[in-house]
Write a protein that binds this ligand. Sequence first.
Ligand code: FES
Ligand code: FE2
Length: 428
Amino acid sequence: MSPVTTAKISNSEHLADTSSSVSKRASTLSSSLLGWYAVCTSEEIKADDLYFFSFYNEPLVLFRDKDSKVRCIKDLCPHRGASFRGGENKEGIITCPYHGGRFSAEGECLNLDRLTCNHIIDSNYNNYAKKIHLNQYPCIEKGGYLYIYYSGESNVDPKDIEIKYQLDDILPDSFGFNTSEYAYEQVFVDFKCDWARIIENHLDILHIFWIHGNTIPDKDVNRNTITSFNQEIKGDHRYIESVYKHKDKDKEEFITLRFVPPGRVMIYKGKPEQARYLQVLDHIPLAQNRARVIVRHYRKFLKNKLFTKLILFKPLQHRIFYKIFTEDYLVLKTQTFNQQMGYIKKDRVKLLGEDKMIQYYWQWLNMKLDESNPWLIHPTDVHTNTVYNDIPMIYPPENPSLVNQTNRSIIFNLILRVIPLGLLILLI
Ligand code: FES
Ligand SMILES: [Fe+2]
């Protein structure tokens, strides 16, 4: 069996500062690894479409029913266990590609007579209908995100799944950000690396100056900056955050990193009510060594749609994000390998003062993995058919087609803007 403990930080007791303040702070976070996750965005789920992904190795599907409500089902036909890939969704009625079993959005089989003899249906309908039923997870669409409550056990009626943590606990608006006041841009990125390594990366303040120093369009973020900050750690049962303040510059705030378990990181500056920008990063544990990130960039000062279009805000942001994630990916792959091979041990690595948020994260993660380890619910082993492996890798950097498309769109739009300007100059 492959190491199902991939996400667990081995030897963390040596690595993390086990001082009572760190563990006490981490233990105040009430959420577990089973809970609410943002798994997709509204635009991705079109009517009459089936959106396939996996979660902690479990293949799932999102689709809209006839009222446009999004459902999340286990990607397994209850007749003979086929996937719905190759099947169809027509106004929320799902058809299996294998024998044509049709299912309502609630999961009930609508053509049982196609799958079994009439006399069996007549004499034993209820028994069959109950067994041949789709299984679902609770799913809520809010603020342009699709959230599922992942319990590890889908259910015929998602209402029967016990919700232990409220969705409100992870929503930006619950923390004082008024997201309706912002314009936003977002990208999806897939990585062949461990889910936890990416969250760590987003809680790692030091790396941005070096690895992203030439990419982030901020004059204060570059390779020549010597980074040392005063950190103010805050939080409650829903989150933990570090406010990084310059030691000089009148102790001005540089940035705040907030971890909202299980899978969300927020990056902003200033008080939430006044922050001019907010970055929300959602980490989706597709499978072992496969993870997806949705990064959404909210900006308060770019609400004018025509202006943002004119300055190519969207494609330029995409370009920067893809570049930043490619820079991270280079390291995350090897770091995942080193983690899994057990090379990351006390005597080989040492967390520094600025790595405090990572310490809190490790402490929290190990605590929660001991409580309920989602990787153990649907474990894969070396003999598992790899049919699902290619499905999740649809976004850059592994797949460069979207990067190329973005670059082409930038060039095309630049030409479109330059030609009329040139003609105007000639006329003058
Ligand atoms: S496996 Fe789906 S209808 Fe038979
Ligand atoms: Fe990074």
